[in-house]
Design a protein around this ligand. Structure first.
Ligand SMILES: Nc1ncnc2c1ncn2[C@@H]1O[C@H](COP(=O)(O)OP(=O)(O)OP(=O)(O)O)[C@@H](O)[C@H]1O
Ligand SMILES: [Mg+2]
Length: 243
């Protein structure tokens, strides 16, 4: 299997006026292309710090991070911007939609950052946004403002926005944290659909229910303490030969 994300000995140290906080303490992580990974762990254990790092929004204080085989620390600012805007789609607990823009314009927004041969004209941008809104079942809400939508619908808009650049992977930080159980199920079905179509998904969650059919990793005090892929390898019981 091909690595999409590989982090080796990742540290993140925040300096709070002389007091050092180690949000990550030498964390190792590998995610393969096409996987659906769930990251769980107590509050403050470093989950969001890790997600920001994987999305190239933040640099490790120490350690190496590779995205699609490329070492992040060797990339120029221009290359990093390209990764952030073309390879990754972000989904947040609080949706983070722009309140003054319609649903369609929110989804279209990331396409403005495309450059070079990926650049799209206005009508192609609109078409692409509408395609993604159809995927999440919101084609009838395209002209509405986010405030008119339910929480579940807002998160579906955010998923459409995350998909609009056809990213290699989606980083979702507690995407169902503010949703009721029905909307949660709906969002999880959508994320699995997106994953089945080839997009790698890395999700942080506090809800065991949402980790079904995913590779679960557990983080504590800034390191991975459990990885289902490893556990599965260790617990394979050899079939004894018949006597
Ligand atoms: N910008 C920052 N400056 C200083 N400390 C920070 C900063 N961001 C995070 N931290 C600290 O790093 C640690 C890890 O934070 P992080 O947000 O990654 O945790 P989390 O696992 O996402 O928690 P939660 O489940 O509450 O979202 C915490 O102790 C936090 O206070
Ligand atoms: Mg967090």
């Amino acid at each position: 299997m091909e690595n999409l994300v590989k982090g080796e000995g990742l540290w993140k140290t925040y300096d709070l006026g002389g007091v050092e906080i180690n949000a990550l303490r030498g964390l190792d992580i590998t995610v393969n292309k096409g996987e659906f990974v769930s990251i769980m762990g107590p509050s403050g254990s470093g989950k969001s710090t890790l997600m920001n790092m994987l999305g190239c929004l933040d640099n490790p204080t120490k350690g190496d991070l590779y995205i699609d085989g490329k070492k992040i620390s060797l990339m120029s600012d221009k290359e990093l911007t390209k990764v952030r805007s073309e390879e990754v789609g972000f989904i947040f607990q609080t949706f983070n939609l722009l309140p003054a823009l319609t649903v369609r314009d929110n989804v279209e927004f990331p396409l403005r950052n495309l450059s070079g041969e990926k650049k799209l004209n206005k009508s192609s941008r609109r078409e692409r946004a509408e395609e993604c809104l159809k995927v999440v079942g919101l084609e009838h809400r395209m002209d509405h403002l986010p405030a008119k939508l339910s929480g579940g619908e807002r998160q579906r808009v955010a998923i459409a926005r995350a998909l609009v650049n056809h990213p290699q992977f989606i980083l979702a930080d507690e995407p169902t944290g503010n949703l009721d159980s029905e909307a949660t199920e709906n969002i999880m079905n959508l994320l699995h659909l997106v994953n089945q179509q080839g997009t790698t998904v890395i999700m942080v969650t506090h809800d065991e229910e949402t980790t079904k059919n995913t590779r679960v990793m557990k983080i504590r005090d800034g390191v991975l303490v459990e990885d289902q892929a490893e556990t599965l390898k260790e617990t394979v019981i050899p079939v004894p030969y018949p006597a």
